[in-house]
Design a protein around this ligand. Structure first.
Ligand code: UDP
Length: 333
């Protein structure tokens, strides 16, 4: 695991957006990476003039506090960072933002949970309070699919983009190759994680050989659970990608998060099958118009017909035809 490096600059003066993360960052030794995060042009508004140095002093803290107080967002987890879709809290992030967040999680060294919320997640969360609570307490929740983005629009709280589990995993591998992070792939049918790991190593020169394990399908015994946790802990990865399907992968990760002690723990559903080449990915045009699910349905009709046609599609139609947000601005599904 990478240990945070201290800011190589003695004093930096600049304009930054995103006041709340800025405040938290500025209270600590700041890395060059964190500076880059603060300077991203698509951060929400609120300009902060920051002056900080390696030798932190109460005077400079006071200066930052004074400046941040003039910004429009609250100091902690401001509302503009989230969007509510049917009671599920999603982060208003692009793929680039999401990868930056993963990098920050690794920098912190503490375990974080990432959920990739597709339409099926929303349907399950609608009737399962425990699953909804797990999604809402994730450190990063991204919209895996255009239907979720459409729903955010009809709910009057639009998300900027979809961030699929496959794209998140591929770009995380690129980040890992660039920064020397290690990856562990857990789940999917026997052999799939190995093939996905080989594909990632082929397409990302410099990526360390990922750890892999395909646990038995179905319910695990206590002994199997311990074995799985031990394998991951022994590998000490920076990022763990878990492909067990929802809600299982996300409930399991929530339960084992502290024990696993991996900075990035992400549930990625069927992504390993796609990365391994077992299942083809929909053409880009189908993805962009929100028809990726029809492609997946054609690829695996027996497994997905019931879920997509009898469960998710009626849920989507009902949700899309509901009224727009009420007068108080409350999104509805
Ligand atoms: N899977 C698994 N163990 C199980 C059930 C499922 O490893 O007990 C894997 C399965 O092989 C597939 C993934 O979990 O790779 C589930 O993908 P699914 O399409 O259900 O997830 P989605 O992408 O729809 O969230």
């Amino acid at each position: 695991m990478n240990t945070p490096t201290t800011n190589p600059y003695r004093i930096v003066v600049g304009f930054f957006t995103a006041p709340a993360p800025a405040l938290r960052t500025l209270m600590m030794p700041t890395t060059l990476h964190q500076l880059c995060y603060l300077q991203q042009p698509d951060r929400p508004p609120g300009v902060l003039l920051a002056v900080f140095s390696q030798a932190w002093s109460p005077k400079s803290t006071e200066l930052c506090l004074q400046m941040t107080a003039t910004a429009e967002s609250p100091l902690y987890e401001p509302a503009w960072r989230f969007c509510d879709v049917g009671g599920v809290r999603l982060h208003r992030v692009s793929l680039t933002d999401a990868i930056t967040a993963l990098d920050r999680f690794i920098d912190s060294g503490r375990p974080h949970q990432v959920v990739t919320v597709n339409l099926d997640f929303l349907r399950l969360a609608h009737r399962d309070a425990q699953f909804r609570q797990v999604l809402n307490s994730a450190d990063l929740a991204v919209a895996d699919g255009m239907p979720v983005v459409w729903l955010s629009r009809t709910a009057g709280d639009p998300l900027p983009a979809r961030v699929t589990g496959v794209d998140l995993t591929l770009h995380a591998a690129e980040l890992a190759a660039r920064k020397g992070y290690s990856i562990f792939l857990l789940g999917a049918a026997p052999g799939v994680a190995e093939r996905a790991a080989a594909a990632l190593v082929r397409s990302h020169p410099g990526l360390r050989q990922p750890g892999v394990f395909s646990p038995p399908m179905g319910v695990w015994s206590d002994r199997e659970q311990c074995d799985i946790v031990e394998r991951v802990r022994a590998a000490k990865p920076d990022m763990l990608f878990v492909a067990l399907g929802a809600p299982r992968q996300d409930l399991w990760l929530r339960e084992r998060l502290q024990e696993l002690n991996v900075p990035v723990c992400a549930g990625i559903g069927g992504s390993l099958d796609i990365i391994a080449g077992n299942v083809s990915r929909a053409p880009a045009w189908m993805q962009s118009v929100g028809l990726e699910w029809t492609h997946r349905l054609m690829c695996e009709p027996r497994r997905l017909a019931r879920r997509y046609l009898l469960e998710d599609l009626p849920f989507l139609v009902t949700a899309l035809t509901r009224r727009a947000p009420d007068a108080a601005g409350q999104p509805r599904i």
